[in-house]
Design a protein around this ligand. Structure first.
Ligand code: BEZ
Ligand code: FE
Length: 290
């Protein structure tokens, strides 16, 4: 077939997908072609705008490195990451809600014991991070791995300051009662990296680049879906305008002041300190671990 025009090209491209290697490849490729073509028909870009779009995607790839993933940031800032998260995490029975992983997760964060200090003194004021991990029946989960990471009081993650000197992150196991506690830092709200194409896009769209202050959690336990979530500080700015659309009411917690003594989660507190505490509920695993 030849002589393609605005009216027949979409069907022609779709017809070329008939020999796709699997029905899933055909389904995904077909949807991509249909939606891309519909987008172009709606926007009717000039040749110059089309060149600008190609240049934008080229720059997005060019700034990616081992420590920077501009395409994930683009997906985050366009709400695509939260949409994928929502589609994949319709957990039943009161399980804790999920939110975006973000680009500052590190797979080999230091393993630490309960009561460890994960924030350096120069990172800012100390904050106790404590809680319990339970299943949907309300039974405590012992031996769950609680991976915690957060920005410092200036809004920077350790990996943004030095790729190897970890601070503000650690992996702690829950005890026999499902409890965990660590000494971290009171984190600040921060802008996502906005000195690249995604920052340019936000500027053109008249948007700010900020995320409200939060602490990240990834919690894994045998027989349960791994939970990827945050706790947002209730006092933070930007709760209603998170640049990556990650805030859910159920994930907002106040920073409380804990008095000296032993807390319900086993933390030993010597002088009054700010704290975030939370009971996390893991959904039962319904699919094999990836
Ligand atoms: C984060 O919370 O670490 C994050 C999430 C999405 C984009 C940038 C940062
Ligand atoms: Fe973050």
């Amino acid at each position: 077939m030849r002589n393609f025009n605005e009216h027949n090209i979409t069907e022609a491209v779709l017809a070329r997908l008939d020999a796709s290697r699997s029905s899933r490849v055909k389904e995904i490729s077909g949807a991509l072609v249909r939606h891309l073509h519909a987008f172009v028909r709606e926007v009717r870009p000039t040749q110059d705008e089309w060149q600008q779009a190609i240049a934008f995607l080229t720059r997005t790839g060019q700034v990616c490195s081992d420590t920077r993933q501009e395409f994930i940031l683009l997906s985050d800032a366009l709400g695509v990451s939260m949409l994928v998260d929502a589609i994949n995490h319709e957990f039943p029975g009161g399980a804790t809600e999920t939110t975006v992983l973000g680009p500052f997760y590190v797979a080999d964060a230091p393993e630490v014991s309960a009561g460890a200090t994960i924030g350096k003194q120069e990172d800012g004021p100390t904050m106790l991070i404590e809680g319990r991990v339970l299943d949907t029946a309300g039974s405590p989960i012992s031996g769950a791995i609680v991976d915690i990471w957060h920005a410092d009081a200036d809004g920077y993650y350790d990996v943004q300051k030095s790729p190897t000197a970890y601070s503000g992150r650690g992996r702690v196991k829950t005890d026999a009662q499902g409890n965990f506690w660590l000494w971290g830092t009171l984190p600040a709200a921060y802008p996502i990296p906005d000195d690249g194409p995604v920052g340019e896009m936000l500027g053109l769209q008249g948007r700010h680049p900020y995320r409200p202050a939060h602490v990240h959690f990834m919690i894994a336990a045998e027989g349960c879906e791994t939970l990827v979530t945050h706790l947002f500080l209730a006092s933070s700015d930007y709760l209603d305008s998170d640049v990556v659309f990650g805030v859910k009411d159920s994930l907002i917690e106040p920073v409380i002041e804990v008095s000296p003594g032993k807390t319900p989660y086993g933390a030993v507190v010597e002088t009054s300190v700010p704290a975030m505490r939370r009971e996390f509920i893991l959904a039962p695993r319904t699919r094999p671990r990836e």
